[in-house]
Design a binder for this molecule. Structure first.
Ligand code: HEM
Length: 393
């Protein structure tokens, strides 16, 4: 079901752009060039609305996450001014217009499905004098963590995503420079992913070659909506939590593992993502099945088995991107996953799963969390309103 919906949305979203945008290119994506009429469907995604974009829509090919810290002494007025600048800037950039202070507005003219999602960390709530959601705190430390400050925490976050890295780079720069002197950049992470080339809207292959995103809720379906979007019972209607975990993947070690071990690590086939108990990618796994040796076909510590919800509450939306940065030393790679998850209540929905994986998961042999942050994604806003306006009024 998820896959079918995902594909339909994908077609609606990118079908009109001749495939170029889907493959990550900007050229020929059918956008309006200066002085010319539009030649095909617009490639914008909405900014205004009751919920922010960049959460339950089909992930674009490129994304950046920028965490910022408020300047010392910031107060409610500082936060209001920053939200005012960003609300206006984001409305313009996502519509293909430069910001008011843009020195290169031409770089904004191809919106390329740009979305900007704004979240507050604990520091923004403190500065604004507003009660934060109960769940808004750093995740507890896990034995597998090797967290670095340069990828962790932050008073605010911007998730900027789009189909064109040039548009995205420009938008990030405008939003970060526009935040001065109220806030300064704390860390930035960049990621990329396949956009439904052959696995449907929400799935991709990560850098281990695994089909990633098979079992994922679709919050646009009524049944799954409350997994991601707060209905007002947790903190605020139409808000959500964004968890950003930077997870390094040891590609060299993975290269040395044989294919059987790699498939056992997750419990799925590399070729097509099907469970090791057979069928196709979307077939349910048979967790009771035993092989001729008497051992479970899907290992007791396979990632899939350990990550499965132990009760219906333990579900969240995964929206990960790969990263592959220049290595700092003689290591041959610095690659991994910017693991991004959304849910209404991270303590009840996400934390138990992360705890289980930290206790035992075959994938831990090759993966190491190096960054961690939790943010409250504000509800959306209508034209003429301020992001976070109801908190700041
Ligand atoms: C580098 C780190 C990770 C990699 C490479 C990875 C990869 C995968 C793969 C290949 C699957 C199977 C296909 C699918 O259903 O998507 C999967 C499933 C899943 N993963 Fe991960 N994962 C990572 C980290 C995490 C983390 C940190 C969490 C949560 C704390 C998580 C939660 C899940 C869940 C909930 C499932 C679906 C389980 C089910 O079948 O119900 N993963 N992951």
């Amino acid at each position: 079901m998820t896959a079918r919906i995902g594909r339909r949305r994908l077609v609606a979203s990118i079908g009109a752009v001749a495939g170029a945008s889907a493959l990550g290119g900007c050229a020929g994506s059918g956008e309006v060039s200066p002085g010319s009429a539009a030649t095909s469907a617009p490639t914008t995604r909405p900014f205004h609305g009751r919920r922010q974009s960049g959460v339950d829509d089909v992930p674009q090919a490129f994304a950046a996450w920028v965490a910022l810290d408020l300047a010392p002494g910031s107060d409610r007025d500082t936060v209001r001014r920053l939200m005012s600048v960003w609300t206006d800037d984001i409305a313009r950039l996502t519509a293909g217009r430069g910001t008011r202070t843009d020195l290169e507005p031409e770089l904004a003219q191809r919106p390329s499905e740009l979305t900007v999602t704004v979240g507050w960390g604990p520091g923004a709530f403190t500065a604004a004098g507003v009660a934060a959601p109960d769940w808004l705190r750093p995740l507890p430390p896990f034995a597998i963590d090797r967290l670095e400050d340069r990828w962790s925490g932050g008073d605010l976050v911007l998730q900027v995503a789009g189909e064109c890295p040039v548009t995205l780079s420009h938008a990030v720069r405008r939003l970060v420079t526009g935040a001065a002197p109220m806030a300064t950049q704390r860390w930035v992470q960049r990621g990329f992913r396949e956009t439904g080339v052959d696995h449907g809207g929400q799935r991709m292959r990560n850098l281990f070659g695994q089909v990633d995103g098979t079992v994922n809720p679709d919050p646009r379906l009524a049944d799954d909506e409350a997994i991601v979007w707060d209905d007002g019972s947790v903190w605020r209607r139409d808000a959500t939590a964004m968890i950003v975990r930077r997870i390094a993947m040891d590609l060299d070690g993975w290269d040395r593992a044989d294919r059987r071990s790699r498939e056992h690590a997750v419990g799925r086939r590399l070729a097509d993502g099907a469970p090791l108990t057979g069928g196709s990618e979307l077939s349910p796994p048979d967790l009771e099945a035993r092989g001729p040796d008497g051992f479970p076909v899907i290992d007791t510590f396979a990632h899939m088995r350990r990550a499965m919800p132990a009760n219906p509450l333990e579900r969240f939306l995964r929206r990960p991107y790969s990263y592959d940065d220049p290595p700092e030393s003689v290591r041959t790679s610095d690659a991994g996953l910017v693991f991004v998850a959304f849910c209404a209540d991270p303590i009840r929905q996400f934390l138990p799963v992360q705890e289980r994986l930290a206790q035992a998961d075959l994938m831990n042999l090759w993966t190491t969390p190096v960054g961690s942050a939790v943010f409250a994604v504000l509800p959306g806003c209508a034209a003429g309103e301020l992001l976070g306006g109801d908190l700041l009024s």
